[in-house]
Design a protein around this ligand. Structure first.
Ligand code: ACO
Length: 423
């Protein structure tokens, strides 16, 4: 028999009983789907801090322990032993690929890395100072127009093509957005190169130049992609699922996810971290900014600190910190910014304000330092996040579409406006 919880309405003494649905790991959930029918009331939960919006078997997070798993595999194992492409396969197919499966997956993605020539005009139509994220979200949305022949969602084969297309073309569009922002010629994909190497090549090469991308750079960026690949029901993924719930195709859903990621409380934080480190400017000024953070009259926040779910160290931040320590000399990480970051971390981790609020460095605190060393400008940081997260958004989109309990996302509200007025 299912375990239950009983809710008592103290106004009239009525009891309402709800089933508890077990999770395989982590928090069980109270099934309140009949709550409104039975009680005539809604639940109130701004920011969904106590609400599970779906059942999912993709990513597991234990924020208290600082644990993150994709399809059961610890993020530390995946980051250390598997490529981003293997992680994409895992997220989308549920299992890690065999050698042959990986080879064929890699081939399927490489051959789709080029984009329709007409799409280039879209980039040219943007003003010179356009943020690459504006171009990125428009370009992903435009894919639906340039590749409309497979946009129907009733054939499994079309869905497979759409998801491969998105994964393969997003890095090309990202590099085009960057090059357009500089006014320099686009570099077409080099199909001889791996997924991540090819992206760095499209970012940095000159036309006709056979640019060698050092392995250390490929390894660092590949790890960043893996660490960003999925993070269960975060803000942008919730948006992707909500758009999917209306029946929209994945290009529309992922465009919405990209826009949700733009905000500085989410994917935009990595851009703000480096901007903040540059603004602080010197190790001597760290204490001044820590004091501002703690001042209730000042709304200054340390970017790259805190997380809605992790109330312990973000495991992705730990991996990046280790990578940074290992590769800082080979990558040529800016030592002044690194010193400021390390001092902030040291001070914050020993300060009661941060300890009592469980504020630890999150993934964005370190990723920007590595990206800067890879000569990727701040304005592209959130786009790097987009490239990594596309795999997770697609996996979540597929899971949503296959969910027999799915419904259009339509929360209710507690109305607090005027009651009835007449003209
Ligand atoms: N610096 C200083 N104080 C902070 C910070 C911070 N970065 N983050 C939270 N706090 C404080 C708040 O002021 C609040 O203090 P109070 O209790 O005295 O009012 C308390 O900690 C709780 O903060 P909330 O905003 O309620 O926490 P929430 O879980 O809603 O927010 C968030 C999480 C948005 C990530 C927040 O910590 C933040 O703004 N961080 C900075 C931006 C950032 O790094 N975002 C990246 C997130 S990771 C990602 O998207 C990949």
């Amino acid at each position: 028999m299912a375990e239950t919880v009983t809710l008592t309405d103290n106004r009239n003494g009525k009891n309402y009983t709800f089933d508890i649905l077990e999770a395989t790991k982590g928090q069980d959930v109270i099934d309140i789907r009949t709550l409104f029918k039975e009680t005539g009331m809604f639940t109130y939960d701004p920011g969904f801090t106590s609400t599970a919006s779906c059942s999912s078997s993709i990513t597991f997070i234990d924020g208290g322990k600082g644990e993150l798993r994709y399809r059961g595999y610890a993020i530390e194992d995946l980051a250390l032993n598997k490529s981003y492409l293997e992680v994409c396969y895992l997220l989308l197919n549920g299992e890690l690929p065999t050698f042959d499966e990986l080879k064929s997956y890699d081939y399927e993605l490489r051959k789709r890395a080029y984009v329709h020539e007409g799409l280039k005009n879209l980039f040219y139509s943007f003003p010179d100072n356009a943020h690459p994220m504006a171009m990125m979200s428009s370009a992903v949305s435009a894919l639906s127009a340039f590749y409309s022949e497979h946009i129907k969602m009733d054939r499994a084969e079309d869905i497979k093509i759409m998801r491969r297309r998105l994964l393969a073309k997003v890095p090309t569009l990202a590099a085009f957005a960057y090059r357009r922002s500089l006014g320099i010629p686009f570099i077409y994909p080099d199909l001889e190169r791996s997924f991540t190497e090819n992206f760095l090549y499209m970012m940095h090469a000159y036309p006709g130049q056979h640019l060698k991308i050092p392995d250390v750079q490929v390894r660092a960026l590949d790890t960043i992609f893996t660490l960003h690949a999925d993070h269960e029901q975060n803000a942008s993924t919730t948006v992707v699922r909500s758009v999917a719930s209306t029946g929209a195709h994945p290009y529309a859903a992922i465009t919405a996810g990209i826009n949700a990621l733009w905000g500085r409380a989410h994917g935009g934080a990595n851009e703000s971290v480096i901007a903040q480190l540059e603004y602080i400017g010197s190790v001597d000024r760290v204490d001044e900014f820590i004091a501002r953070t703690k001042d209730p009259e000042d709304d200054f926040r340390l970017m790259g600190f805190g997380h809605r779910v992790y109330k312990n160290f973000d495991p992705r931040a730990k991996i990046l910190k280790k990578l940074l320590d290992e590769l800082k000399h080979e990558l040529g990480v800016d030592s002044e910014l690194l010193n400021i970051a390390e001092k902030i971390e040291r001070v914050a981790l020993n300060d009661d304000y941060f300890i009592s609020r469980h504020l630890y460095p999150n993934i964005d605190f370190y990723s920007g330092l590595i990206l800067t060393a890879l000569k990727i400008p701040k304005s592209m940081f959130t786009i790097i996040f987009v490239i990594g997260r596309t795999a997770g958004w697609l996996a979540q989109w597929i899971e949503f579409m296959q969910d027999s309990e799915k419904k259009i996302a339509r929360p209710r509200q507690r109305y607090i406006g005027s009651t009835e007025k007449s003209i």
